[in-house]
Write a protein that binds this ligand. Structure first.
Ligand SMILES: Cc1cc2nc3c(=O)[nH]c(=O)nc-3n(C[C@H](O)[C@H](O)[C@H](O)COP(=O)(O)OP(=O)(O)OC[C@H]3O[C@@H](n4cnc5c(N)ncnc54)[C@H](O)[C@@H]3O)c2cc1C
Length: 429
């Protein structure tokens, strides 16, 4: 088939590789100029955490090694208290497990290279989709591409493809913004070295708000503030910025020489959950589908948006296997993935409260120690939610079913132990 993919971001490029491997002719349309030549776009997160779901998708195409060549493993999180106390907490009871800090621009560049190197893939930069007509794709500047059989929107949270589907009766859509924005700042290398331990995702939990930092290969850290919009706007002079950071994030402020100018110059991003149903329609004979953030943008607090989009590609590839490359039936089947993406959308929202408020507390750390102890005592029988989400490819909805079963079972075991203890105590008297 001839397939058009709109959006040559992370998911669009990976999908192009999967479809090309099946022998389809793919054209990738991207609104930006080639980012390998023009550099990263402002306002996108500079780095991201890639974990097992994303790596599994890359591995299936033989791309994992190259894509992860500059990645920095982060086996745990490091909490920074206001008084400078540091607390490390492993993500897994298995010391080999880590999430990986990776540059978005570098990953996108490598996936573009892989897509362009695949037989049957053409990439068209500078093509911003503005409409879908009668078997046509319409782009800014009056460009029209005719004879469209299959169009897949991989054009991100503010998808133009999805906007067209939303105009059709029967398409449900919702968007839910948090009252929070995000802003990126930089901690440059300190005397040529990382200013903090690069083997961790750093978190400054401050109750209502937080800052995180991920390491980069050039020994800098990219920090992201997740603050209420009013708090972000309130720091409107360099003095206020420095005073606030000196009070709330003193250890970071010390190693941020460009703090005030970065703060004033860097944009504020929005945090949104988008839901759409269904993800496919037929438009005047053209099959139109959605994938990645275009189908289900989620907030970034579980580090799963791109991982989930990569796993979408594996699932769509599986649906094409199951239907003998009948795209109409495959896109219909692919809708089963929504049960999973609804779950991760909810978990990502819940995890915000955990990250900004709970991770610093003794109760939270004790609970994680108990979870890891249970994982070691009952290997394969008790597995924490974080472990299943980040270090397995278990479908997200199945993760939730399994966690619920484990909770029931652990509750029954605890009740059994209490009763046995009470009986033993009574007998001993
Ligand atoms: C602050 C932040 C931190 C994050 N951290 C993580 C993380 O740690 N781990 C993780 O897995 N995920 C993370 N994510 C989520 C991740 O960035 C997204 O889930 C991922 O980028 C989605 O990929 P995509 O290809 O679907 O969409 P995008 O990356 O948005 O790509 C869409 C592409 O489509 C192009 N496009 C848009 N409109 C048009 C148009 N009209 N015509 C043609 N082209 C168009 C865009 O230019 C872009 O290239 C984070 C997100 C944010 C905001």
């Amino acid at each position: 088939m001839e397939v058009s993919i709109v959006g040559a971001g992370l998911v669009g490029c990976l999908l192009a590789c999967f479809l090309a491997r099946r022998g389809h002719e793919v054209t990738l349309y991207e609104r930006r100029p080639d980012p390998r030549l023009s550099g990263a776009e402002r306002g996108r997160s500079i780095n991201l955490a890639i974990s097992e779901r994303g790596i599994d998708a890359l591995r299936r195409l033989g791309l994992a090694e190259e894509a992860l060549s500059d990645a920095i493993p982060m086996p745990g999180r490091m909490m920074h208290a206001v008084d400078g106390t540091l607390t490390f907490q492993s993500y897994s009871s298995d010391q080999r497990h880590a999430i990986n800090s990776i540059s978005r621009g570098a990953l996108n560049g490598k996936l573009l290279d892989a897509a362009e190197a695949s037989d049957g893939v053409r990439v068209r930069f500078g093509h911003r989709l503005t409409g879908i007509g009668d078997g046509t794709l319409e782009f800014e500047g009056g460009i029209v591409e005719k004879g469209q059989q299959v169009v897949i929107g991989a054009d991100g949270a503010y998808s133009a493809v999805r906007a067209r589907l939303q105009q059709m009766p029967g398409t449900d859509f919702s968007q839910e913004y948090l009252d929070y924005g995000y802003k990126e700042l930089t901690i440059p290398p300190k005397l040529g070295e990382f200013a903090f331990d690069p083997g961790a995702l750093h978190i400054w939990p401050r109750g209502r708000s937080m800052m995180i930092a991920l390491p980069n290969p050039d020994r800098s850290f990219t920090c992201t503030l997740f603050w209420p919009h009013d708090a972000l706007a309130a720091l409107d002079t360099p003095e206020k910025v420095r005073a606030h950071f000196g009070k709330e994030y003193p250890d970071a402020a010390e190693v941020m020489p460009h703090l005030a100018s970065d703060y004033a110059g860097n944009p504020v991003g929005h945090l949104v959950t988008m839901r759409c149903d269904p993800w496919y329609r037929t438009l005047n004979g053209t099959l139109v589908g959605l994938i990645g953030d275009a189908a289900h943008a989620i907030v970034p607090f579980y580090g799963q948006g791109a991982n989930c989009g990569f796993q979408d590609c594996v699932e769509l590839d599986r649906c094409l296997d199951e239907t003998g490359d009948d795209f109409a039936r495959a896109l219909e089947l692919f809708q089963r993935r929504k049960a999973d993406t609804d779950v991760i959308a909810r978990l990502a929202l819940d995890n915000f409260v955990e990250m900004r408020d709970k991770v610093g507390s003794r109760a939270f750390l004790a609970q994680k120690r108990v979870e890891h102890a249970l994982e070691r005592v009952l290997p394969g029988r008790y597995v924490s939610r974080y472990e299943l989400v980040s270090f397995s490819t278990t479908p997200y909805a199945e993760v939730e079913r399994r966690v619920a079963r484990q909770r029931r079972w652990a509750g029954a075991a605890a009740a059994g132990l209490l009763i046995a203890g009470a009986v033993a105590w009574k007998r001993s008297r």
